[in-house]
Design a protein. Structure first.
Length: 400
């Protein structure tokens, strides 16, 4: 399925740059067109002549390669690509990507790229394990980038540990799998809610929760890749969508999310309710900022918000599928099973805050899926992108 795909291959200054030659050869053999963008440091490890001969395209490194007024357009490259692969990706390049430091052609191309971006880190084990690098990788994941984890093995320093760039054949497998995803959800319209809701107290304060929206956004991308038309109703989060078949609607409060969900659900085949919707809101909202000096003691009177899940469950038709989430802290399975029945879900995704690495503010999740037939499937801790695939796989079995 890589045949005819336009792939930007970004190469940075790492000893693993020699592996880029094998990546290019494999991509070309599969029918892809490859455009290499290399950093100045990358050219110290592998020559543009080699890369150009393998890709059959001139290698791009500088903004201005001639002094005749011509220049390389990173914007055009970003629009041309079906995917961008940065392999090897050094700690320096990862840091620049994470923080928008656009000081070379590769980074400006990355920032302009509309297509999915895959990053294959390559560095010494201590550099990879450093909190700065891990935080930068975390940021890249939150932006929707796909991180191809490095392998463990002997490194250029002759130390042994994690940091060795994954082998070219494995990297090609990741790209191939991305493009060969079956379109089982083609002609399906899927409504997804994601993120928290904010319930205003006054113009500067609100009641909210720790939801990052990452699970819902990963679900939206996974459904769109499989051919669905996705409507993503997002609470206030700092995330981006990448697939062109995702229509994003931003809301702030539970009331706003309720109205959009009720409007979109009747025309949808599936609704996946992953948002962490506030159960309560202040009965009244102050129009001006509350001042402690004049207000003194303050009590908030909270009233229930509309129950989005129950409302959709009440109007769900036989040919519609409704998927819910349950984040629990105790008696997890019984609470989830009860919620499944009360809300008229077809299946529910359960996770527990007692599981390390699961729930809010994490890039990973550990879930169990319980369906209306009583079947329960448990999964190990995975990235939220992989968890999204598990959930969509379950959805596809119900549709079939």
């Amino acid at each position: 399925m890589l045949k005819g795909k336009h792939i930007i291959l970004g190469i940075t200054g790492s000893i693993a740059a020699y592996k880029a030659a094998y990546i290019i050869r494999a991509l070309v053999k599969k029918g892809a067109e490859v455009q290499v963008v290399i950093t100045p440091a990358g050219k110290e490890f592998i020559t543009p002549v080699t890369l150009s001969a393998l890709s059959s395209n001139p290698v791009i490194s500088e903004f201005f390669s001639n002094r005749d007024g011509s220049w390389h357009s990173h914007v055009d490259l970003g629009l041309w690509a079906d995917a961008m692969l940065i392999a090897p990706a050094t700690a320096a390049t990862i840091g620049k990507m994470a923080n928008g430091i656009a000081d070379n052609m590769l980074i400006t191309t990355y920032l302009s790229c509309k297509a999915p971006v895959f990053v294959a880190p390559a560095m010494d084990l201590d550099m990879f394990a450093h909190p700065t690098t891990q935080e930068n990788l975390k940021k890249l994941r939150s932006f929707g980038n796909y991180i191809i984890e490095p392998a463990e093995g002997e490194l250029a320093s002759h130390l042994v540990g994690k940091g060795r760039m994954e082998e070219p054949d494995k990297i090609i497998e990741v790209l191939d799998a991305f493009f060969t995803t079956e379109k089982e959800l083609e002609k399906k319209k899927i409504l997804i809610t994601a993120g928290p809701t904010y319930e205003k107290i006054d113009p500067v304060r609100f009641i909210g929760n720790y939801s990052s929206g990452k699970m819902g956004f990963a679900l939206a991308e996974a459904c769109a890749r499989r051919g669905a038309e996705v409507v993503l109703v997002a609470g206030p989060v700092s995330l981006n969508v990448y697939h062109p078949d995702i229509k994003r609607i931003d809301v702030e409060s539970a009331e706003e999310m309720y109205h959009v969900a009720m409007q979109e659900f009747p025309g949808s085949d599936v609704a996946i309710l992953s948002a962490a919707v506030a159960d309560y809101r202040p009965e009244s909202q102050e129009t001006e900022k509350i001042k402690r000096e004049t207000k003194g003691d303050m009590q908030l009177h909270l009233v229930p918000n509309k129950d989005i899940a129950a409302s959709l469950g009440a109007i769900k038709k036989e040919d519609q599928i409704l998927v819910g989430f349950a984040l629990e802290t105790n008696n997890e399975t019984s609470h989830a099973e009860n919620k499944l029945k009360r809300k008229n879900f077809d299946f529910i995704v359960l996770n527990s805050l007692r599981n390390q690495g699961a729930g809010f503010r994490c890039d990973t999740n550990k879930i169990a899926i319980i369906d209306k037939f009583g079947e329960m499937l448990e999964y190990p801790l995975k990235s939220k992108q992989d968890v999204a695939e598990d959930i969509v796989n379950k959805l596809v079995t119900l549709i079939k």
